[in-house]
Design a protein around this ligand. Sequence first.
Ligand SMILES: *Cc1c(COP(=O)(O)O)cnc(C)c1O
Length: 345
Amino acid sequence: MIDLRSDTVTKPTPEMRKAMAEAEVGDDVYGEDPTVNRLEQLAAEMFGKEAALFVASGTMGNQVSIMVHTQRGDEVILEADSHIFWYEAGAMSVLSGVMPHPIKGKNGAMDPDDVRKAIRPKDIHFPRTSLITIENTHNRSGGRVVPLENFKAIYQIAKEHGINVHVDGARIFNASIASGISVKEYAKYADSLMFCLSKGLCAPVGSIVVGSKQFIERARKARKILGGGMRQAGVLAAAGIIALTKMVDRLKEDHENAKFLATKLREIGYSVNVEDVETNMVILKTDNLKVNAHQFLSAMREKGVLAVAFSDTSIRLVTHNDVSRKDIIEKALNVFEELFREFRR
Ligand SMILES: *Cc1c(COP(=O)(O)O)cnc(C)c1O
């Protein structure tokens, strides 16, 4: 099987397995796991923030951040196609009692003017706007990089109104590698930022939230409330340290493979926008095929290639460490050629 569903399917590398087996551990709820402490310190340094918190998942990282930044009845401004809005099972409403205020962006970036207009004036009828979130890279737009200028503009508007900014940076390292802008630079315009170790960086489990010392103290308590206080989590953190120190630069390969795959799909005749491929995702439209996205995915699966649907007419393909250029050339593209002959309109 060639699994292009997501970079979350990546397995821990042999080096990670070894580090995990040998990890020094302690009880992290008591703050005594040296490996977790090392990972958190490393992450804080890399992002230029005072502190960091290791959490079980990206969703947990986003949600502890929302819990800390908001009060019940508040409103959160976010992009209408963002992960927090689409894929976190309504968690912000369930856990924090807050309301999302979605704004349609362009390639994942909200227009700062739209953000400004969405901020609620002080009025007894209105919820209080207490948080704005930005997602980078932006998943549902196909891994697009949100420009730093957009971060700056939105952060400035937020600060003018006494509002905090949380960055869902699940794939912030992909954004950084693609743009050449350091993660530290992006993090300057965030009161908190979450990123995933378990996607393109290949760790088996875990995400990190970075922020001020005071924010992380409160986030640690929120994590406990959610049942996310872990004990000898150093076995997981050990893989996270390898992810941060050894796996970031190779994301470039994933981006090159995505561009290559998109170019070849286009050559076969598929409806793919090669110029839109900025990181490790390719969006394939099924509008020139005889079948819809779900039917096409079934046909792909029968021939050993996996992907996911974004809608009835679009499919997302994600490149990562466990799919090589050779896999793409020798297997995936042959399948795509066969399927195009079968299903072209
Ligand atoms: C994957 C992802 C998350 C978090 O996902 P988990 O599966 O909970 O780790 C958050 N935001 C974005 C944009 C993501 O792609």
